[in-house]
Write a protein that binds this ligand. Sequence first.
Ligand code: AHR
Length: 512
Amino acid sequence: MLRLFLVIVVVSLAFALNPAAAAEKTLTAAVAIDPAAPAVAYDRMLFGGFLEHFHRQVYGGVFEPGSSLADAKGFRKDVIEAVKELRMPIVRWPGGCFVSAYHWKDGVGKDRQPSWDKAWGVEESNAFGTDEFVEWCRLVGTEPYICGNAGTGTPEEMSDWVEYCNQTKGRWAKLRAENGHPEPFNVRYWSVGNENWGAHEIGAKTIQEWGLFVRETVKMMRRVDPSIVLTAAALGDDWNRSLLQHAGENLHMISIHGYWDYLWVNDNPSDYAACMVKSSEPEGSIVTVERLLDSTGFKGRITIAFDEWNLRGWHHPGVMTGFGPAEIKARDRNDFNGTYTMADALFSACFLNSCLRHADTVRMANIAPVVNTRGPLYVHPKGIVKRTTFHVMSMYANLLGPQVAKAAVTSDRFGDVAALDAVATCDAAGKDWRIVLVNRHATATLNCTIKLGDKLVTGEYQATILSGDSPDAFNDVDKPNRVVPQTAKLRFTDGVAQLPPHSLVVLEIPGK
Ligand code: AHR
């Protein structure tokens, strides 16, 4: 008896000295799903992407003529196959800041002359233009989404672009046919401008200028093709208010962007714990814009395109001071795969969960970018590396059900955030469940219960788990599969299942 007493004393003392140890041993969380509440069908465009003429996203990314890994047109075949695995529904192009001084007519036709890329301070060969982008999209099976130049461009130039892509008559439609494409491209999605609210953008505009400029541009674009889906660059309260007042009647969406680890000037990535705190912030951005749409009477008429998002801001020092050789060279730092760890994976999962929870207002989201820079797919001359975020995008695109159900989450904390972030998806009948569970905690297993209606989930189910061997695990050229999804059986003992530390779990509960 004395020995047992001593053991109890020692263990209790250990916990008393280290409450964190005590807490970690018994972290708990719960998900209560209400199958009776109406579920919301989300738009798969939440799993979209973004491709900009920046560093090696296009040249040396999707397009590498002469590479042994490219087809006869110069498209990297391994990249096409990898992006097809993501079943990516839409890709935005050509920028981003790049577009605000880009003239699309330089990038079509047989005689392509190089131009100076004023956004990024390099020469643009124009070898990859509208025809190549649309063709790449068809090969990948994704919808092209074109962002127009509202910096140095004009409403007429953007409406000419619509004519080139979608019309059968007119000089620009004729030019497309002469360029070998008699049939219209039928590009459905168009954006007016990119971040023209910001001093960093070429051709930035004031609040007053922006609403009027967008009004005139969307008017002209719709006169060429009234069926196109239109969005425009937007920001916080004042910008959206003026934009909506002048152009809201002719917009289907407004576009917002988000990067939460600011690395443009100094490439010093935040650590895992700091990134987990950031992972709760995107939902606040969404709620702010929802409130504005509501207060201006546009909620339900205009939806949100989160058409650039990434935990990590791109590294490109010199944006406001000018790009010398050192600043251009510094962009190579975006290629360091060690930056993109389980922090990026779980931030991305929480970001997508935030969009899914607001699926009635957020109808598009585009990871920035798809290829290279800070994107999920790293492309090098001899192959590709699927970064941790690639596997997240693949799990969401391929494993989730088509509707988001009502679910309440309670959870112990990991620092300043809840340890558990979760979303319940289901099929149209509400019978087949795919539940997304993110354990943000770096070291603790999460004892999780799930209630479906009034019943605790019990038994054993198929699960797909992405966790890596540490919060800082990443994939690289020499270790491409250090972090890959694993399928396993997740057992609920007395209604409790254990979620591994720093993990994304997609749990499959098939309909009976
Ligand atoms: O850092 C890349 C830039 O981020 C994109 O070109 C722009 O749209 C955003 O500010």
